[in-house]
Design a protein around this ligand. Structure first.
Ligand code: GLY
Length: 564
């Protein structure tokens, strides 16, 4: 009897050990006790962390980090672009800020079409004609006005100092300068003051940018959207053939939005609402996967890849057709996210063979390598969290650089659907919901996300990657939740992507065997056999059970976690 009880107790302990998904993975990333910033550059994470140390909150640190990325990471950090932020305050309240660019007042539905109705090559992607009205400064001021603790001057002073004192060029940064050198020169008439010939280890000082930042520090919103900066900026864009006027700048407003929140098993996921497609598409993917025993299939196993791909296929098809700026179009959100609809959507799914996306031929759509956006995650010592993704769209945006102001302009107009059915630079096919109209915001894939577990903050996560953003965020959450990975491992794990059209599954170069790909092919999946770019550069934070924070700074870039 005694040994029977002992056996029972061992069995029970074992069961607890094996069955308990709440046993947290041992951290492998940086662990801090109180606060953390994870961003694409160490300088930006450090400045954000310093602001937190000085008594600033996560929102102050957001403004500092975002502005520091303008200096240290001009590839995507920006004054000339836009972004989205999702927050969760320590008391559990959540919200979102939309500082996405807008189409200029003079924009028209057919502005990128020639007289025959064909899309004019490069017009929405390169140079001044591609520039949407920038939203970043309005976003920062809106955040600061609503939630800031420190003064704007205190927040921006280390950023201005960084621009004056300079940043050290990293290997990866020098590679990017080289890669885009000719395009930047071509757009800027053969010469630019942007230091495209810098080598690793060089120190780059940005004195003109420091002055532009100083005007924002002195005058807030008016230091960008009115006066000297607005005059120089609008004249510069128009001289180069673009559409943004002083009136466009003056009228621009960031907008507070309600995030998309949904349950996945015992998680609550909070993500960005339209005009980003991130939250709705993430919601659809997770809810289509929910009925399946995902953890049992194994990480990046054939079955997991199939299930994820088929959920993504259906979600992206809806994304491309139904989503757009909610201030202009009615999105059937209730239906798209309803259990009945999502269940029906997956009725055609079988592990036996791939569903075909459509009759549209794959192969005539290029998947652009797109890490041009950037994401940072912040948790402060009070427990407030912000998840922020910001972008110029392409690498260095439209490549148009203002020598007088010291920053690049976006090419976000390409995120509109220039013509229904014609893919944009991410291969995304758009529809009427995302057509161009004056002051409309272009549909985005940016997916700044927060995750709660047992009612508490558990993860802050997001990534660049254009259309691959949504799948990279989803896989990072699944890696940590279903496959018990530490934050750093979840971020570093190899990723794959599918987006309905083109009807291909894309795999990162390492981590997926030929056998796995052959098995998928035999089931009818089209595998991208060409160049396989990296997918996403995730920056995330996991809250450990003792309240400490684990950073996940993506190994794919110079991304760094800093905290205390
Ligand atoms: N420009 C990329 C996105 O917003 O999805």
């Amino acid at each position: 009897m005694k040994s029977y009880t002992k056996l029972l107790s061992i069995g029970f302990t074992l069961l607890l050990f094996v069955g308990c998904k709440t046993l947290p993975a041992t951290p492998t990333g940086l662990v801090t006790e109180k606060a953390m910033v994870v961003s694409a550059r160490e300088e930006a994470s450090s400045i954000g962390s310093e602001i937190l140390k000085k008594g600033g909150n996560a929102f102050d640190a957001m403004v500092a980090t975002e502005m520091a990325l303008v200096v240290a990471y001009p590839f995507a950090g920006n004054l000339g672009g836009g972004g989205f932020m999702v927050y969760r305050k320590a008391d559990g309240t959540t919200g979102a800020l939309d500082y996405r660019e807008k189409a200029p007042l003079s924009a028209t539905k057919d502005m990128y079409l020639d007289s025959l109705g064909n899309v004019i090559p490069n017009m929405s992607t390169v140079g001044a004609t591609a520039v949407g009205v920038p939203g970043t400064v309005a976003g920062m001021i809106a955040v600061h006005e609503k939630f800031g603790k420190l003064s704007l001057k205190e927040i921006l002073s280390p950023v201005i100092a960084l621009a004056q004192d300079g940043i050290v060029v990293t290997e990866k940064q020098a590679e990017r300068f080289k890669a885009y050198r000719d395009e930047i020169l071509a757009v800027n008439g053969g010469a630019t003051t942007f230091p495209i010939d810098a080598e690793p280890g060089d120190i780059l000082k940005y004195s003109v940018l420091a002055k532009t930042l100083q005007r924002i520090s002195d005058k807030g919103r008016d230091g960008f959207y009115k006066g000297e900066t607005a005059k120089i900026l609008s004249a510069f864009i128009q001289q180069n053939g673009g559409f943004v006027t002083e009136k466009d700048l003056e009228k621009y407003q960031a907008k507070w939005r309600t995030p998309v929140a949904f349950a996945y098993k015992d998680l609550r996921i909070i993500s960005m609402s339209p005009p980003s497609s991130g939250g709705i598409t993430l919601n659809q993917i997770f809810r289509m996967m929910e009925p399946y025993k995902v953890s049992k299939y194994g990480h990046n196993s054939e079955k997991e890849i199939q299930l994820f791909t088929e959920a993504a296929r259906r979600a992206y098809a809806d994304r491309n057709y139904y989503l757009g700026d909610p201030d202009f179009v009615t999105i059937p959100k209730e239906v798209l996210l309803s259990d009945v609809y999502l269940k029906k959507r997956m009725e055609s799914f079988s592990f036996k063979k791939a569903t075909k996306s459509s009759a549209i031929q794959e192969g005539n759509v290029q998947m652009a390598e797109s890490m041009e956006t950037t994401h940072y995650s912040i948790v402060d010592n009070e427990g407030n969290a912000v998840s922020v993704t910001t972008t110029l769209n392409g690498a260095y945006g439209s490549k148009l650089y203002s020598d007088e102001l010291g920053f690049f302009l976006n090419n976000e107009m390409d995120d509109f659907s220039a013509k229904a059915g014609v893919p944009n630079m991410f291969g995304l096919i758009g529809a009427e919901a995302n057509s161009i109209a004056p002051e409309k915001r272009m549909l985005s894939s940016m997916t700044p996300t927060l995750v709660e577990k047992d009612g508490k903050l558990w993860m802050v996560v997001g990534t660049p990657g254009g259309s691959t953003i949504i799948t990279a965020v989803a896989q990072t959450i699944l890696n940590a939740y279903e496959f018990d990975m530490s934050m750093q491992k979840a971020v570093d794990a190899p990723r794959f992507h599918h987006q309905w059209l083109p009807d291909v599954v894309m795999f990162e170069p390492l981590g997926f065997s030929d056998k796995l790909k052959d098995d998928l092919k035999s089931k009818g999946y089209n595998i991208n056999e060409d160049r396989t770019p990296i997918i996403g550069k995730v920056n995330a934070i996991r809250v450990l059970p003792n309240g400490h924070l684990e950073g996940g700074a993506d190994r794919r870039g110079d991304d760094t976690a800093v905290g205390f």
